[in-house]
Write a new protein. Structure first.
Length: 206
């Protein structure tokens, strides 16, 4: 446990250390950096963080982050609304968008089914996905979830619930390594995996 001479500094370190992937030593370095940073820059940072909490919301259609009720992707008339790519979280949307190979829309689940982590079907945006498929013309549902046991379990659950309501359920090709998260795949590999996606039913019956 770090013992600091300033209680205010220690309080700041404790709060920064609550961020994911930040230990106490890294938190101390960041706090000391902020201490030396001009006040106007620190004020700008805190203002941006405050606006992150007060002005950023989730799209009511796809649950991507947005500054409005409907995100820029869902409201873009040039996007193909009949093709929905199902992803684990917002970082996957960013990864796929960076490939410049996809022109459809998204559905962000907010995770994958993982009983060991206390994540069941009711903690995810699954029912919203099923309702979306039932109430709209969807020609293809692309399952772009992690190549993990949890990802595959979620894929099967989705497929079972939508197979009668959508013409094609596909999955990205396994150019993405088993156990690999989409956000860590390089853009070229992810782009190829997306463009060479395969029929889910045929892929999992092999």
């Amino acid at each position: 446990m770090l013992e600091l001479y300033s209680q205010n500094l220690e309080n700041a370190v404790n709060e920064i250390a609550k961020l994911p992937g930040i230990g106490k030593r890294t938190a101390l370095r960041l706090a000391l950096h902020l201490l030396k940073t001009p006040s106007e820059d620190v004020t700008l940072l805190t203002d941006r963080i405050n606006k992150l909490k007060t002005h950023v919301c989730y799209c009511s259609k796809c649950f991507n982050v947005s500054d409005q009720d409907i995100c820029g992707i869902c409201s873009n008339p040039k996007r193909d609304a009949t093709t929905i790519c199902v992803v684990q979280d917002i970082r996957d949307v960013i990864a796929i968008e960076n490939t410049n190979r996809y022109e459809g829309v998204y559905h962000v689940l907010g995770g994958v089914i993982s009983p060991m982590d206390g994540i069941g079907i009711h903690q995810l945006k699954l029912q919203e996905l099923f309702d979306r498929v039932k109430n709209n013309e969807v020609k293809e549902l692309i399952l772009a979830l992690p190549a993990t046991v949890e990802g595959d379990t979620t894929n099967f659950y989705i497929y079972k619930n939508v197979k009668d309501d959508v013409a094609l359920v596909s999955t990205i090709a396994r150019g993405i390594g088993v156990g690999e998260e989409l956000e860590y795949a390089d853009e070229a590999t992810l782009g190829r995996s997306l463009m060479t996606r395969v029929d889910f039913d045929k892929a999992y019956k092999k």
